[in-house]
Design a protein around this ligand. Structure first.
Ligand SMILES: Cc1cc2nc3c(=O)[nH]c(=O)nc-3n(C[C@H](O)[C@H](O)[C@H](O)COP(=O)(O)O)c2cc1C
Length: 171
């Protein structure tokens, strides 16, 4: 099958997951910021996106290419601090039109955040966010950082790719 991985990453963890999936599956890995990123050439897509301030960074690109994305099989993997659950689902649904999201298999992966690598202004915003966050664990991670990046967590994506490839009749 003719597939590809398109990703959008701000701090590198989504790019790292995309590259790991590319290494195992042999699919090409394309940054959506690359001017030549053209999803219409593929009949099977894996879209990967970072989640920054309650929105997916791939959202704008998805809306621009919506017509090209509507056909074919798609996996969406998101990379966030939050784990899978209703909160993450709300943010994903606010970033991807329902007409597309309902046709995608979504896999939630967890990323990393190192406050030392953020600008002074962003660090301050994260500290304020942590102060007002009612969830103690999320609050601690917002101010102190976290690292949940784990190669083994791509396994469900690899399984879906295998299913797609075994079931070539998908539209
Ligand atoms: C400025 C900033 C805002 C973030 N906002 C959120 C958020 O709203 N929800 C969340 O679950 N994680 C949030 N995160 C955590 C990121 O999703 C996490 O760092 C992820 O690994 C980023 O992916 P990337 O390395 O590909 O850019 C934020 C991180 C940063 C640095």
């Amino acid at each position: 099958m003719n597939g590809a991985i398109f990703f959008s990453s701000r701090y590198g963890s989504t790019a790292q997951y995309a590259n790991w999936i590319g290494e195992v599956t042999g699919l090409p890995v394309i940054d959506v910021n690359d001017a030549k990123a053209d999803p219409s050439k593929y009949d099977f897509l894996i879209l990967g996106s970072a989640l920054i301030f309650y929105r997916l960074t791939i959202g704008k690109w998805v809306k621009a290419y919506l017509a090209d994305l509507k056909s074919g099989s798609k996996i969406l993997f998101t990379v966030s601090g939050a784990e899978a659950g209703p909160k993450l689902h709300r943010w994903v649904a606010a970033s991807i039109p329902e007409s597309l999201l309902s046709k995608m298999d979504h896999v939630a992966l967890r990323g990393r955040m190192n406050p030392k690598k953020l600008s002074w202004g962003l660090r301050l915003i994260m500290k304020i966010g942590a102060f007002i966050n009612p969830d103690p664990q999320a609050s601690k991670e917002e101010s102190g950082g976290f690292d949940y990046v784990d190669k083994a967590s791509i396994e469900p994506i690899l399984k879906l790719v295998e299913q797609y490839q075994a079931n070539k009749g998908i539209s």
